[in-house]
Design a binder for this molecule. Structure first.
Ligand code: VGL
Ligand code: ZN
Length: 227
């Protein structure tokens, strides 16, 4: 069972949004091509889905700046601009994303007191989203053993939520790939993207390109003009 996981392809992570990832919108055509290719049995999209008083928003902490780090019981927390507030247009999936092709949407980051980069668990690995259960259920329905489930992860942002999702997937034992051309990174520090990829590879996560996944097109023959 091949599963495409689209991470946080939401307005706020695209140019013009509250926490824009450079070229964030470039992942949309890539994601659409992947969804329409027929290469996947299941498409799941995650949405960052925060309450207005969320702990990750810099403006909920007096005297703190965006991108500053604070210490929480769950570890270091980067403070972000207010983004993906539940029910706002910034939290909607990008309007050009072919949402008809999405089978399930999983929300994350819904609890006020802890952030959730991964589509599977919050950053403290305390609470789980619906994602693992959903994947297990879909595999069982198809009579597919766990070791024949392959997750291909892409979206925004490579160095945060895509990485965290792929990391948890690999730790849970899923065969996991990142589709690199369908991701973009925040790169708060230059090179974060490469450091992230190197770390993920050590966990057994594959790094692939859309071209390797898409079924080969039959080469088009030249048009014959008959008299
Ligand atoms: C993300 C920062 C804060 C992401 C979400 O989707 O990568 N990054 N919230
Ligand atoms: Zn967030």
């Amino acid at each position: 069972m091949k599963v495409l996981i689209l991470v946080d392809i939401q307005n706020d992570f695209c140019p013009g949004g509250a926490l824009p990832v450079p070229e964030g919108d470039h992942v949309v055509p890539a994601a659409n091509t992947l969804m329409r290719s027929g290469a996947f049995d299941l498409v799941v999209a995650t949405k960052d889905w925060h309450p207005a008083n969320h702990i990750s928003f810099a403006d909920n902490h007096e005297g703190k700046e965006v991108f500053q780090q604070i210490e929480l019981p769950s570890g270091a927390q980067t403070l972000w601009p207010r983004h993906c507030v539940q029910g706002t247009s910034g939290a909607e999936l990008h309007p050009k994303l072919d949402t008809n092709r999405i089978d399930h949407i999983v929300t994350k980051g819904t609890s006020q007191s802890i952030d959730s980069y991964s589509g599977f668990f919050d950053n403290g690995h305390q609470q789980e989203t619906d994602l693992r259960e959903l994947l297990t259920r879909e595999a069982t329905l198809r009579g597919i053993p766990f070791n024949e489930v392959r997750l291909s992860v892409c979206g925004l942002a490579l160095d945060y939520c895509v990485a965290a999702t792929a990391r948890d997937a690999a730790r849970l034992g899923f065969k996991t790939d990142i589709i690199l051309d369908a991701c973009r990174a925040v790169n708060i520090s230059p090179g974060d993207d490469l450091r992230t990829l190197r770390e993920l590879t050590t966990l057994g996560v594959g790094v692939v390109s859309s071209r390797e996944i898409l079924p080969e097109r039959t080469p088009s023959r030249p048009v014959e003009l008959r008299p």
